[in-house]
Each structure stands twice: as C-alpha cells, then as structure tokens.
Write a protein that binds this ligand. Structure first.
Ligand code: FAD
Length: 470
C-alpha cells in the first residue's frame, strides 16, 4: 500500500460542509484534498436534497399555476398536461450543472479530488479505497469529517427502494403515484408531499405528533396546516404507521391511533422521519472518537475538534439543525480555527425554511419559547393581504410575525409564512446578528411595492404604529 502525498488537510465528504471547507482552506493557503465516495461531488444537498427538491418544487408549482390559476390572470394556455420525464430530466440537468460547478471550483483552487471511500486507521492517516478496491493512504496534518447523514429506517417500514422509499427515490418517481402515503410531517415530507400533490397524487401525511412541522411557531404552524389542507394534503395526526406490507404495486399500512387500529392502502410510501449521522465504516470507533450514544452525532468542541487531536467534524455529523447552510458555516469556521483564526458560528441566528407554497421561514425564538423562558415580549404582525405587491401577484396567504423584547425592543424572533418568505428571512437574520430592535426595522425604508414591506409593517405594529394595518 503506497503512502501518497502529505496534505495539510484531508476532508472526507464533499457536501456543502466539506467542499466549502476545502475552498476556505485553499484561500488560507492549506494544501488540501477532498475524498468523496460517490461519483458526483456536492453531497446530499446537491444530489438528493436541497437542489433536486427545489427544482421539483418550482417545476410542480409552475404546472399547478398553469393548470389552475393562470386563467385568472388572463393567460390562456389551452389544455395543460404533465410530461414527468421532461420535468425529471430538467431537475437532473440542474443537479449535473451544480455538481460540475463544485468540481470546477475545487479544481480551480488546486484542491485534490479523490473519488474513494475513506476511513480512519490512526491519527494523521486517512485510508482510501477506490471502487476498484485499490487501497492507498493519505498523510494529513488535520482531518475534517464531513460525511453527512442518511435517512432513518423504521422497523416494520423497511425501505425497498421501490414501494417503500426514502426522499432519494421520492425525488425520482417515474410516474405520479395515485395515492402517496408519507410517514412524518417534517419539512421533507411536506415539501415532497406538495410536489406530488401538485402533480396529481392524493397525499396522506401520517404524523405521530399532534401537529405537523412541530418546531414552528404555533400560530405559523396552524396556518401552514390550514393552507396545505386547502391545497388537498390530508393529515392524520396523533397516528403511527406500525406496519407496511407490499403486495404487488400496493402498500398496505396499519395505522394506530387513540381510536384504535385501521388499514390504509397506498401506491407508494415515503418514510421521512428524520436523518442520522453517517459514520458507518468510517473507523471512528477504532480511534476512540466520542459520539452521543442516542443520536450517533460526533461530539466536538467550539472549534469543531473531536475528542481526538487533529480530527475535526462538521455538518450533519455534529449537533445542531441538519441544514446545508449550517454545514457550510461550520466548514468555514472549522478551517479558520485550525489555522488559529477566530472561526465561529452563531447558532441563535440560523434560519430555517420550508419550501412549501407559501414558503415558511423563521429565525430566532418562537412565541412559545419566549413565553417558556418568561421573557417579557411584544408581538407585531402583518398579513400579506395588506401588501400591495402580494395583491398584484395574487399571493395574499400568510403573514409576518415579529417578536421583540418587551423592555429593550431587541428582536427575539421573526416568523414568516407567505410568498418569498425564504428570501425575506435574510434581512431578519441580519437584524438578529446586529442585535437590532423592532424600531430599527420599522424605520428602515423598504422599497415599494415589495413583500418586504410586510416585515416593516409587522415591525411598526410591535408599537401599534403600522400604517396599513386595518
Ligand atoms: C430531500 C432533502 C431536502 C433538503 N433540503 C434542504 C434545504 O432546502 N435546505 C437545507 O439547508 N438543507 C436541506 N437538506 C439537508 C441538507 O441536504 C444537509 O443538511 C446537508 O447536505 C449536510 O451537508 P454535509 O456536508 O454535512 O453532508 P452531505 O451533504 O450529506 O455530504 C456528505 C458526503 O460525504 C460522502 N461520504 C460519506 N461517507 C464517506 C466516506 N466514508 N468516504 C468518502 N465520502 C463519504 C457522501 O457520499 C456525501 O457526498 C435537505 C435534505 C434532504 C434529504
């Protein structure tokens, strides 16, 4: 087994954590290699996560608009029909372009790309094994683990890759299921449920908890529930799918709830109950790298160092929300810490977004959290129906809710359900980062007519000074 070149940093995994860390490392002058076991770079996010899901969400929304709503705007499109294979091919094209772009970025920064499965054998050494079983080792002053996560499998609902599937397969169905069952009412279930509902499936989401998207601000969550039901999604709350049995092209589910047990038949079942860190065959046990026994997440300190010197971990592997932008921020911070800079991630200001339509975006504390912490607070909210731009677009569902400290007026949280919420939240993240008050936003001039005016009005409304509130 030949010992290859020495690297300052070897990164295992090329997702948004790994490849962004590699680019920052190159900027800081480190000789760096990225080891990726898949043929394509970009990780879950680019290949089977954020990007393909958003490509399908946008495409399915266009289909839905053309079919149901464009006539309201005076646009006559004739008979609208779906060409699923073209829609899927376009999604694959978007993915291919973006993953290729990652390759160009890494190449352009002289980062060595090694397509192989990596594992740890001893500190400072990464063993890599290519698909053709060729083994070699890399010597590394530092190692960054960025191997991400995989879908959680549920006993009795084992994935078969065809009828009982994870999000990966649900992003690539070759036909529209007549009835799609979804286990789990989190953001992945709701986004993919929206896609297939718009394309014509009956969608039933089965959720064990009493509400969907449980971490949302309660008022926002209830509004989302109402809007998605109006769009045709069906929710079975406080209900567990205990067993799924495949017979031919049908899946029979056994549902259990307080009312007893019943059967439901669906054409496909998406199991999206969460993801768990992917550390299989990585060799972390061999080196004694500490993990949380419940979650399987790797334990790191505030500089992303694991319990073993010279080995760092970021992204879905470590605690915190499993989000691409969080992984990237940690990648940058970890590399900066390695070279003695003050890398840091502010976990209080990580935005979270659900790309249903309307979108849901939030940052900071929910009203329930503020109340539980007994912080004095004021709330200002404003409906999109009061925003001129939203009326022009015919997108008046939803509202902005801003929570500010009752005494200091400092913004504690912002929760938006409405058109373009995903983009609007950026201003709120910045406001929280800068410790802004609601008055700061209220006195900031927002362009007219824009969706962001609803945020300004909500901020004004904290002190009952909204100009347009009825
Ligand atoms: C359907 C879906 C939609 C999502 N949508 C969003 C969204 O809209 N916004 C958002 O912020 N997040 C979203 N996410 C979550 C996001 O994709 C993840 O949080 C993010 O990809 C984590 O990045 P990472 O770098 O930690 O790991 P990953 O992206 O998981 O990358 C890890 C990489 O490591 C490689 N690897 C693993 N083991 C080895 C090994 N031993 N050797 C070599 N390589 C290895 C894997 O092949 C993979 O390429 C979504 C996820 C899913 C499933």
């Amino acid at each position: 087994m030949a010992q290859q070149a020495q690297f300052d940093l070897v990164i295992i995994g090329s997702g948004p954590g790994g490849y962004v860390a590699a680019l920052r490392a190159a900027q800081l002058g480190l000789k760096c290699a990225v080891v990726e076991k898949s043929a394509r770079l970009g990780g879950v996010c680019l290949n089977v996560g954020c990007i393909p899901s958003k490509a399908l969400l946008d495409a399915s929304e266009y289909f839905h608009l053309a079919k149901e709503h464009l006539a309201d705007y005076g646009v006559k499109t004739g008979k609208v029909s779906l060409d699923l294979s073209v829609m899927m091919a376009r999604k694959d094209q978007v993915v291919a372009e973006l993953t290729e772009n990652v390759r160009k970025l890494l190449d352009g920064n002289n980062i060595e790309i090694i397509h192989a499965a990596a594992s740890l054998t001893e500190p400072g050494v990464v063993q890599v094994e290519t698909e053709k079983k060729k083994k070699t080792t890399l010597a590394a002053k530092n190692i960054l683990l960025a191997t991400g996560s995989e879908p959680v499998a549920v006993k009795g609902l084992e994935f078969d890759g065809d009828r009982i599937v994870s999000s990966t397969e649900a992003l690539a169905f070759d036909s529209v299921p007549r009835h799609l069952g979804i286990v789990g009412g989190g953001y992945i279930g709701l986004e993919l449920g929206s896609v297939w509902n718009r394309l014509g499936s009956k969608v039933t989401v089965v959720e064990m908890l009493p509400k969907i998207a449980g971490s949302l601000d309660g008022q926002v969550g209830r509004t989302l529930d109402r809007i998605l039901k109006r769009q045709g999604l069906e929710f079975r709350l406080n209900t567990k799918v205990a067993q799924a049995t495949v017979a031919g092209k049908k899946v029979t589910l056994r549902l259990e709830s307080g009312a007893g047990s019943e059967e439901m038949r669906v054409d496909r079942l998406l199991v999206s109950v969460g993801r768990r860190p992917l550390t299989r065959n990585l060799g972390i046990e061999r080196l004694g790298i500490e993990t949380d026994p419940h979650s399987g997440q790797i334990r790191v300190d505030e500089t992303y160092r694991t319990s073993v010197d010279g080995i760092y971990a970021i992204g879905d592997l470590v605690p915190g929300p499993m989000l691409a932008h969080k992984a990237s921020a940690e990648g940058i911070a970890a590399v900066e810490c390695m070279v003695g800079r003050a890398g840091e991630v502010n976990y209080d200001t990580i935005p979270s977004i659900i790309y249903t339509w309307p979108e849901v975006a939030s940052v900071g504390l929910t009203e329930e959290q503020v109340r539980a912490r007994q912080i004095p607070y004021c709330v200002g909210s404003f409906p999109f129906s009061g925003a001129g731009r939203a009326r022009c677009m015919g997108e008046t569902d939803g509202f902005v809710k801003l929570i500010a400290h009752g005494k200091t007026d400092r913004i504690l949280g912002v929760h938006i359900i409405g058109p373009r919420a995903a983009d609007m939240i950026a201003e709120c993240v910045l406001a929280l980062e800068f410790g802004a008050s609601s008055e700061d936003i209220a006195r900031t001039i927002h362009g007219h007519p824009t969706f962001a005016e609803a945020l300004q009005e909500a901020a004004m409304n904290v002190r009952q000074c909204s100009i347009y509130a009825s």
